[in-house]
Design a protein around this ligand. Structure first.
Ligand code: X8Z
Ligand code: ZN
Length: 614
């Protein structure tokens, strides 16, 4: 996917993706000159135009993707310059083509041509303004912001410096309030200098969006979902309201337990939870504090980190194991080049962007992942997540360029997670990572462990773009960037900054996807969709028993059904793709709620007599 801050789909997949994000790809082909529309263009002209446009874009994408890969895996002045240069060439030419496509607005064309013309217009993440100095500046700013995040380090008073990987591990494992606070604040120093760049970038991207006929970049981002932008926002609210009571119950229990552990002077029982105590740098998923909040009755819950260690898994073996899940479903193994070209381990000798991503460099077979793998159960899940992107990319590679993407960007994020939901005790025993399957009396522990990641994430998945959409639309002004961020964190997540924030702080910049310009609503969607997919696939696999114990491992039937949806790429509205697998056309949190239902009953009992809410 490309990147450059224009993108069709999302992750590092799809058309012109943003040079950032989580999935990138590109392509190559013989390009042909773009048709010159005549005075009164015909349907044939439109078809010829869109074919030639795709061929031309495809040709520009390959070098842009290669340069983006070089930059992400070796951040320096030269790779930054080349990647910004090629990204800009791609995005500028694509924007010219998108503008030219408007000439066919009044022409009656077949459904595929119309869909492709629309997708071309919607393919940007950051649309470049037509003035060359401005589009070059935009490309430079986005690449610089990316690099600032990738290079970010916090140095302590004693001169010792930590990168994000080291700090992530401390956030996960330490229970020392002072250390957690230091790490939390330290990482947020890296984003202070991003703010003026971010502000400038917003202005330029809005200019580009306006030239394409959008009110601003917010409308562009919300307009990619086969429905009017405002209706889509309402769909998100509807789904969030389905999950909210569950989230509030989990929040209430977790806050009470953290109060028991750290003291209610640190964790007040009528306020949002201080953001540094939840086991994660951004308080977005809480699985790492399972030990503090687990049910008191002893529960046997597989410790995957320990099992990986006991069985001597290294980074490659973890990836091989994840690949074998996909091949068990009937997918072809990954190509040899994947193993040669991927970055699995953080290089010691240079700065890289460690944030995990999956790439499709040529839209053919040059698939790669870029990670700095830690040997933990959490990262084992991330590997499945990334491979989900790669297998999706390969499934739609024969679609026309403008259809090479997921049904919507949430689908791309959901596939690997769906597979990871099948990493149940039954599966862990099958692959020899554990000896015994705990009986059902332990399910509550397992459900709690998973809910701390999945349910806890939901409001975070929503709030990031609630902030960004308002930043792009101008509802949040630069002087309010940080305070508005924390208002949304409190409102949606019930999480607060543990210390007063400096006037110059830019805390959104400490989350990869903000400087990386990767839209975030996709993860909210994915957290809902993956439970819909999991349920449907478990039914197809004829798994007996509760859905939280189901694993679709080795089910060729489930693999086939999944592949049928993946192969569609973006050729149909996402509602059709969803229906093809699940039988429903709606985003529906019913599946996630059903999956965790026994835990909700238990949480409600625990919370009796507690003062919930914030
Ligand atoms: O960014 C990611 C993936 C790459 S697309 C590792 N995720 C979000 C995040 O880390 O914030 C996956 C879950 C949410
Ligand atoms: Zn992803």
């Amino acid at each position: 996917m490309l990147s450059t801050k224009l993108t069709l789909s999302s992750i590092m997949v799809g058309l012109l993706a943003t040079l950032t994000g989580c999935q990138q790809d590109s392509k190559a082909d013989n390009s042909a000159p773009v048709a010159q529309p005549q005075a009164i263009p015909s349907a044939d002209d439109a078809r010829t135009f869109i074919q030639h446009a795709q061929a031309e874009i495809e040709k520009l994408q390959l070098p842009a993707s290669q340069a983006a890969w070089a930059y992400a895996t070796y951040i320096n002045q030269d790779t930054a310059a080349v990647s910004a240069y090629l990204g800009e060439k791609l995005s500028t030419r694509t924007a010219e083509l998108a503008k030219e496509a408007a000439k066919f607005n009044q022409v009656e064309v077949d459904a595929d041509t119309r869909r492709q013309l629309n997708l071309l217009l919607n393919s940007f993440v950051l649309a470049p303004p037509s003035q060359p100095d401005k589009s070059e500046r935009l490309a430079q700013l986005s690449s610089e912001l990316d690099g600032m995040y990738g290079k970010g380090k916090y140095c302590r008073a004693n001169g010792e410096c930590w990168d994000l990987g080291q700090m992530t591990a401390k956030m996960a494992r330490s229970r020392d309030n002072d250390l957690l606070l230091e790490v939390w604040q330290g990482w947020r120093q890296i984003s202070v200098p991003m703010k003026p760049l971010y502000e400038e970038m917003v202005g330029l991207a809005n200019e580009g969006a306006q030239e394409l006929g959008f009110a601003d970049t917010s409308e562009l981002w919300r307009g990619k979902y086969d429905m009017p932008a405002d209706d889509f926002a309402m769909e998100l609210d509807r789904t969030w309201n389905q999950v909210k009571p569950f989230y509030e119950a989990l929040h209430c229990h977790v806050r009470a337990k953290l109060g028991d552990y750290y003291g209610t002077d640190v964790v007040a029982q009528d306020k949002p939870i201080p953001a540094h105590l939840l086991g994660n740098m951004w308080a977005q998923s809480w699985g790492n504090i399972y030990e503090l909040v687990k049910p008191e009755r002893k529960m046997q819950v597989p410790d995957v980190t320990r099992a990986l260690k006991a069985q001597d898994y290294d980074e490659i073996k973890m990836v091989k194991q994840a690949e074998s899940f996909f091949t068990s479903l009937g997918f072809e193994p990954l190509p040899e080049s994947f193993w040669q070209r991927s970055q699995f381990i953080q290089p010691k000798d240079r700065d890289v962007i460690c944030h995990a991503s999956a790439w499709d460099i040529d839209d053919k077979d040059d698939l790669r992942i870029k990670m700095c793998i830690q040997k933990t159960g959490e990262e084992f899940n991330v590997i499945h997540h990334e491979l989900g992107h790669n297998f999706y990319q390969r499934a739609y590679k024969n679609q026309p360029l403008l259809y090479r993407g997921s049904a919507n960007d949430g689908f791309h994020e959901a596939i690997g997670d769906t597979i990871a939901l099948s990493i149940t005790p039954k599966y862990l025993k099958q692959i020899g990572l554990i000896d015994d399957i705990p009986d059902e009396s332990n399910d509550l522990g397992m459900l709690m462990q998973v809910a701390l990641d999945k349910i806890a994430f939901v409001p975070f998945g929503l709030m990031v773009d609630q902030w960004r959409w308002k930043v792009f639309s101008g509802d949040i002004k630069p002087q309010d960037y940080n305070t508005a961020w924390w208002q949304l964190r409190e409102q949606y997540q019930g999480v607060m900054a543990p210390v007063a924030r400096d006037a110059n702080a830019f805390d959104p910049g400490s989350k990869y996807h903000v400087p990386g310009n990767t839209p975030y609503t996709r993860y909210f969607l994915a957290h809902i969709l993956q439970f819909q997919f999991h349920k449907a696939l478990c039914d197809i696999a004829q798994d007996q028993g509760p859905v939280h114990r189901c694993s679709i491992y080795a089910s060729k039937e489930a693999g086939k059904a999944l592949n049928n949806m993946l192969e569609m790429g973006m050729s149909q509205p996402w509602q059709d793709a969803l229906e093809s697998l699940t039988g429903t056309r709606q985003l529906d949190a019913g599946a996630i709620l059903d999956y965790f239902a026994p835990l909700k009953t238990w949480l409600d009992e625990q919370n009796q007599g507690r003062q919930c809410g914030w």
